[in-house]
Design a protein around this ligand. Structure first.
Ligand SMILES: *Cc1c(COP(=O)(O)O)cnc(C)c1O
Length: 314
């Protein structure tokens, strides 16, 4: 289970690899939202997303226990993070990606020192392959969210937020598999439970919303959102119980709202973020919280975009 202690351990464990990311503010955004908004900028984190936090915590532990090879199944931010930290620790890594993965993402994985293997088009094909390679090479497979070390690593974002914005009333977090949210929930609710923590999903990728409604893990078959980090089909076996225990609320945002927030942050704040991160800002901009004059932290989870695709995000 992820605990506050494990998150403190994770913070020590990853300190020499990750950076303490800055908070961004905008008077214009405050005016639109009618609240004081602080954007926690994980888009300027090493490898361009918070994923390096969990990956570093998990891969370091695996290498200490003797792992000689690291694998993951992700062409996105998790794959980049795993390749980066494995390389830094001097261990070879292989990232299993879909046949149709875009070149810019493969280039990023390779630039961080990861080997690439293409396999199928679904995670049902990639996952067993990545696990098989790990077994054969005397190594370990690194899951993207459903693991106590990963969740604890992501939870360090929560500890930093409490340090940086002592007067925070509300924290808004995007939800994919729920690793980031479950980590932040544990850090916040076991340190300063008066702070509200609210999750955000795209309307068209509402698997966690449906799961909470049903009181059990429920999956969706299609998640046609531009927020590609949030297309997970269901919350995790380990992350979901943490959400059930601690989550204050879950907000849904439309594709149009995500695009609007993306454009605002790029044009007005000069920050290049990814659509997955624009969801939390959209929630604040479009008054989804139903509050005014509160101190609200919206987590910008990452900033990796294929610049040639950017016109699809407006
Ligand atoms: C992975 C990711 C998410 C979702 O995180 P989970 O831990 O899967 O919930 C959100 N935003 C970005 C940029 C991501 O890479």
């Amino acid at each position: 289970m992820v605990t506050l202690n494990r998150i403190h351990d994770a913070r020590n464990n990853i300190m020499d690899t990750v950076i303490k990311t800055p908070m961004y503010t905008s008077e214009q955004l405050n005016k639109i939202s009618k609240n004081n908004i602080f954007l926690k900028g994980e888009h300027v984190q090493k490898t361009g997303s918070f994923k390096i936090r969990g990956a570093t915590n998990k891969v370091k532990q695996a290498v200490e226990e003797g792992a000689k090879y690291i694998t993951a199944a992700s062409s996105g931010n998790h794959g980049q993070a795993v390749a980066y930290i494995a390389n830094k620790l001097g261990v070879p890594s292989k990232i299993v990606v879909p046949e149709d993965a875009v070149l810019s993402k493969l280039n990023a994985i390779e630039s961080y020192g990861g080997l690439i293997e293409k396999c199928g088009t679904t995670s049902a094909e990639r996952l067993p392959r990545a696990k098989e390679i790990a077994k054969k090479e005397n190594g370990i497979f690194i899951p993207p969210y459903d693991d106590p070390f990963i969740m604890a690593g992501q939870g360090t974002v929560g500890l930093e937020i409490i340090d940086q914005i002592e007067s925070a009333d509300i924290i808004i977090v995007p939800i994919g598999g729920g690793g980031l949210l479950s980590g932040i929930l544990t850090a916040i609710k076991e340190t300063k439970p008066s702070i509200k923590v609210i999750g955000v999903e795209p309307e068209v990728a509402n698997d966690t919303f449906l799961s909470l409604q049903a009181g059990k893990i429920t999956s969706i078959h299609d998640a046609p959102t531009i927020a590609d980090g949030l297309r997970t089909s269901q919350p995790g076996d380990l992350t979901f119980p943490v959400l059930l225990k601690y989550l204050d609320d879950l907000i849904l945002v439309s594709e149009e709202e995500i695009k609007h927030a993306f454009q605002f942050v790029l044009e007005r704040m000069k920050q290049l973020i990814e659509p997955s991160s624009a969801t939390t800002i959209a929630a604040a901009m479009f008054h989804k919280l139903g509050v005014e004059n509160k101190n609200i932290v919206a987590v910008i989870s990452g900033g990796n975009v294929d610049i040639k695709q950017i016109n699809h995000f407006f």
